[in-house]
Design a protein around this ligand. Sequence first.
Ligand code: RIB
Ligand code: CA
Length: 319
Amino acid sequence: ERYESMKKIILDCDPGMDDSMAIVMAVKSPEVDVKAITTVNGNYPVDITALNALKVLEMLGRTDIPVAKGMPEPMFREKPKDPFTHGKDGQAENFLPDPVTPLSEKHAIDMIIDVVKENPGEIYILSTGPMSNIAMAMKKAPEIKDEIGQIVLMGGALTVPGNCNACMEANISQDPEAADYLFRSGAPTTMIGLDVTLQTLLTYKETQQWRDLGTKAGKFLADMTDFYIKAYETTSPHLGGCGLHDPLAVGVAVDPTLVTTLDINMKVDVEGPTRGRTIGDETRLNDPAKTMKVAVGVDVPRFLNEFMTRISGLAAKAE
Ligand code: RIB
Ligand code: CA
């Protein structure tokens, strides 16, 4: 059956605008079966990211997908302050209706452990926020390392500077220890960092296509992306658009051939001036087993086409 051949994923996220787009893309990708959405402190406190995930699922009519709330703070240290703004509600001030669907009674950490154990070897964990939930799940149940099919994460930067400071990307900055734990864990992991996500840019030209559809979902997506593009005009005017960070991670989970990768064992600096830097682990440089892949190239036209086809299809049909 087609259902059986679908990729089973857990989307661990912090919506957030591009996370909201990632939820839409994952739910609307016929190749993917979203088993659960787990949310984490990141762009916004975890209560808001959980609510925002539910709001998007209600808009899509997919309240059958459980949403579990997770870590309200990083694994060890205090929350960094003032992440990049995604508007008062974290969704470009669209203020979608308050959800009526309840959150799962499970904590995100247990949701991750249970779903992985129920589907050994099959689960793709798609991470588009700080890695606090995933690292905590691996700490609580270390055996899941060998039962996870693959982790695809949006975060980090290997060949380009960070977006928080010269070497630190936003998702890593919110919990460097969690990212380091995951990077050194040996779990099969693909890193989709700024190296590639700042190549996949969206501009007002694409968002106008959604707005022109005259649907609620079209407006939601267009407002959200325009808000994001405006923020980029201030922070990164040289780019001419906004980076499709989190949606690219979904794209790669669906079709790994969208990116070219480097096999490398990675770590995250957790001390000193380079805290938050994602870099090769010198202690495992000569280890023949490489457990991570870092995306260094991306087929931009193919991804943008996939993204626009999936998202525009939804925006056209929804009320
Ligand atoms: O650096 C990009 C990441 O941080 C994305 O996951 C986005 O949601 C953000 O705030
Ligand atoms: Ca995110």
